[in-house]
Design a protein around this ligand. Sequence first.
Ligand code: URA
Length: 213
Amino acid sequence: MPRRASEENASAPIPEVRTYPALREAAAACRACPIGALATQTVFGEGPTEARVMLVGEQAGDHEDKEGRPFVGQAGRMLDRALEAAGIDRGTTYVTNVVKHFKWVAKGKRRLHQKPNAREIGACMPWLEAEIEVIRPEVIVALGSTAATALLGKEVRVTRDHGQLLATPRARHAVVTLHPSSILRMPTEEYRELALRDLVADLCQVAAALKGR
Ligand code: URA
């Protein structure tokens, strides 16, 4: 049965001329899926256009939605800690998310994070593809399973494959690792420290891959 126009996913308004400023500006008006209407603003990726490493999270969180920048809340502070321990300067990396809007439901006065569904991820992917095309990173780091699946497919498992240099047509290497928010959700300080150690070890592989060139 043909779908009615109201059921179609609009497509992301990717500009013909692909430069970082043009992409960022066009993404600000994106309504390719319904979650844009709930968000304060589009949280586009940021970092130097010559970055050798692209870090990809799941989606903007509550803080990021308000500030308009990726990984600036608690998860961002955890990521900063791990990057510093691995000897990677965040200022040299390009940081972004698979989904550029914050998806949430209200619980009292709080806005609770909701996982993006496959349709929302599919609608937003053209932005990530365009960012990769413009930045041309040597290593793409998928933080958590949403980014790992979006970039590398369902066969990749963060628990099994983290820290390995994986093949991808999108860059010289892809690395999957834990999402910093998953570390924050661990039940005890001891678990958090162990998981942080894993994240740092995976990022050390990224640093080593960059040196090995
Ligand atoms: N979690 C993400 O995946 N991305 C952010 O920017 C913040 C939290």
